[in-house]
Design a protein around this ligand. Structure first.
Ligand SMILES: [Zn+2]
Length: 373
């Protein structure tokens, strides 16, 4: 069998021929190489008319166009003609369109399933197993960044703060969520908002307190955030976004392709799906609380959400934790970045507020499909 030998150390090609001797060893002519036992080699699959490789010890390689020669060698090694192990052979797929379509379909479904369910599951496991110190460090870093870029000190009176803290501790007691605490801040750029940090801190802005007219309104928002704390949504979201980026990179295989709009769209779509799942879970928690403890929480949630929707459509969109920094944002963001940012905002928040309130309205009207006692 004629071909080319590479020693695995230099890129130099040595033309030579190889034959299988009676002792089951490959002998190389015109080369100063000892015979190599066929137990120490492996052979590449047949793929169209591409050249075949014999992988030799120490990174050496023999390459040939002699398909029959290689197939004969495989037969000598395995005692049967190549291709018997059909599902593992690349040439089998090449010659069998149906199997190829089925395999491609399976791969697509598997990939889709992995992105839709696998990554959230993986992130939940990772988030649950991160040590408390890591969560606190992420919280500390987040609040530091937010303080630098978004926040000013709260201007609420001690009395206002005390009222909210009283509501908060009653909610914590009723829900048995003990590892949460409150932080007060004010922010012109964020406006009325509240969000939960991985370490259990819940930030409430003065602007939100101003919008909320009674303890049930602020309480419903606090409950929504307590659910985020309980289910570690902040952390899971971070792990999900990072894993999604990594797995798409691996899947696409070429980082430059990631720049293309369709891939970013795919990323934004999945990323916002994960966010919406968390928002739904947090809303369901509020509704559950209303069923068990206080109907007024449900009307409070509807009222405060409507006010927030009117004041700022992007409420609850996790914007603040998506590391956008408005003070530097204008200069740094490219046009494409803008499009993606707008898209994310649109997908993650704007159209769904009314949808989010449907089950709350049904509950208030005594037609609660999700209620079972
Ligand atoms: Zn939320």
């Amino acid at each position: 069998m004629l071909g080319v030998y590479y020693d695995g150390k230099t890129s130099q090609a040595h033309a030579c021929s190889v034959r299988l001797n009676d002792q089951g060893c490959l002998e190389f002519s015109e080369l100063d190489v000892d015979p190599i036992s066929i137990d120490d080699i492996s052979v590449s699959d047949r793929l169209a008319s591409l050249s075949r490789q014999i992988f030799l010890p120490d990174g050496a390689l023999f390459e040939t166009q002699d398909q029959q020669g290689i197939d004969a060698l495989i037969e000598a090694i395995e005692g049967k003609p190549p291709g018997k192990n059909k599902l593992l052979s690349v040439s089998f797929y090449e010659t069998n369109a149906k199997a190829l379509v089925a395999a491609a379909l399976f791969a697509m479904l598997f990939t889709a399933g992995f992105f839709v369910w696998g990554i959230p599951l993986l992130s939940a496991v990772i988030a649950a197993n991160l040590p408390a110190e890591v969560k606190q460090a992420v919280s500390a870093y987040t609040i530091e960044t937010l303080d630098e870029n978004y926040f000013d000190e709260s201007e609420l009176t001690a009395h206002q703060k005390q009222e909210i803290l009283t509501t908060f501790s009653a909610l914590k007691q009723n829900t048995n969520i003990t590892n949460a605490s409150l932080l007060f801040r004010s922010s012109d750029s964020i406006g009325a908002n509240a969000f939960a940090l991985p370490g259990g801190q819940i930030v409430v802005t003065d602007e939100l307190v101003e919008i909320a007219e009674n303890p049930e309104e602020i309480g419903s928002v606090l409950l929504h955030e307590l659910a985020h704390v309980q289910h570690q949504h902040g952390l899971r979201k971070m792990v999900e976004s990072a894993s999604l980026y990594i797995f798409i990179s691996l899947w696409i295989g070429d980082a430059e392709v990631l720049e293309s709009f369709s891939i970013l769209f795919f990323y934004a779509l999945l990323d916002s799906k994960y966010s919406r799942d968390f928002e739904r879970e947090a809303d369901a928690f509020v509704l559950d609380y209303a069923r068990q403890h206080s109907k007024a929480i449900a009307s409070g949630f509807i009222d405060v959400m409507e006010k927030l929707e009117a004041s700022k459509p992007a409420f609850f969109s996790n914007k603040a934790t998506n590391n956008k920094q408005p003070k530097e944002k204008a200069e740094e963001e490219t046009e494409k970045g803008h499009k993606i940012g707008d898209l994310l905002d649109y997908l993650s928040s704007h159209p769904i507020t009314e949808e989010r309130l449907i089950s709350f309205r049904q509950f208030i009207n005594g037609e609660d499909p999700g209620y079972s006692e």
